[in-house]
Design a protein around this ligand. Structure first.
Ligand code: CTP
Ligand code: MG
Length: 229
């Protein structure tokens, strides 16, 4: 079973404070966006990539796709104001009714074995997401006062990719648009239309590059994978 993947890359990277889209920063001399795209380029089960980009990055992204020989990009779509808007526009460019994955361009360390584990589950259940069990003790806090300690065994940190039957995800997005609902991930939109979502265990290296300190962790993960750490 194959899949297509939507990669939202149209953010501005404001929290990274690099003065440009964080996806253009380099890790091991290769731009972050290329690290992410290569995982899918090299996955034999990936049929195609729909990439949402900010119009101001269009020329640079196009030349990077050329330079690094990324051939699976089926469409480059202009992103929107929010991540959810970018994915909605990308969904409209999908021309297949199979499994669709959504994966943040800012998570360059996703492994093929985890993509395939997610895919296998989504084929059966229609909706699956990847995440890891919470390691820290978690509490709810209001005005700096602890309200409660949440039972940790039921808490998972959610990552991407998230995988769905295309028609299910599209229906979830249409409903969110109709209700003016903005969720923090794709699964939350599917949960709202009462479809069960299965959690698949991934790994802690699949970080999202958000702030400057994440770049230090990222360098460490690169070294670990090169076997030089
Ligand atoms: N994204 C997008 N369209 C947007 C906002 C975000 O396609 N309007 C993408 C980003 O490029 C990123 C992913 O969604 O790959 C996750 O978003 P985030 O980590 O928040 O990245 P940015 O929005 O770029 O960063 P910031 O919120 O710090 O500005
Ligand atoms: Mg953002």
């Amino acid at each position: 079973m194959t899949y297509q993947v939507i990669i939202p890359a149209a953010g501005q990277g404001k929290r990274m404070g690099a003065g440009k889209n964080k996806l253009l920063l380099e890790l091991n001399h290769i731009p972050v966006i290329i690290h992410t795209l290569r995982v899918f380029e090299e996955d034999e089960l990936c049929e195609g990539i729909i990439l949402a980009i900010h119009p101001q990055d269009e020329e640079e992204f196009k030349s990077l796709l050329e330079k690094y020989q990324i051939k699976k990009v089926l469409a480059l779509v202009p992103g929107g104001k929010e991540r959810q808007d970018s994915i909605y526009y990308a969904l409209k460019a999908v021309k297949s009714d199979g499994i669709i994955l959504v994966h943040d361009a800012a998570r360059p360390f996703i492994l093929k074995k985890h993509i395939h584990r997610l895919l296998d589950t989504a084929q059966i259940t229609g909706a699956a997401i990847i995440g890891v069990p919470a390691k820290d003790t978690m509490k709810t806090v209001r005005d700096h006062m602890v309200m409660a300690t949440v039972e940790r065994s039921s808490l998972w940190a959610v990552q991407t990719p998230q995988a769905f039957h295309f028609s299910l995800l599209y229906r979830a997005y249409e409903k969110a648009v109709k209700d003016c609902y903005i969720g923090t991930d794709d699964s939350s939109l599917v949960e709202r239309i009462s479809h069960p979502v299965t959690m698949v265990e991934g790994d802690y290296d699949n970080i999202k590059l958000t702030t400057q300190e994440d770049l230090f962790f990222a360098e460490a993960i690169v070294k670990k994978r090169q076997g030089s750490f």
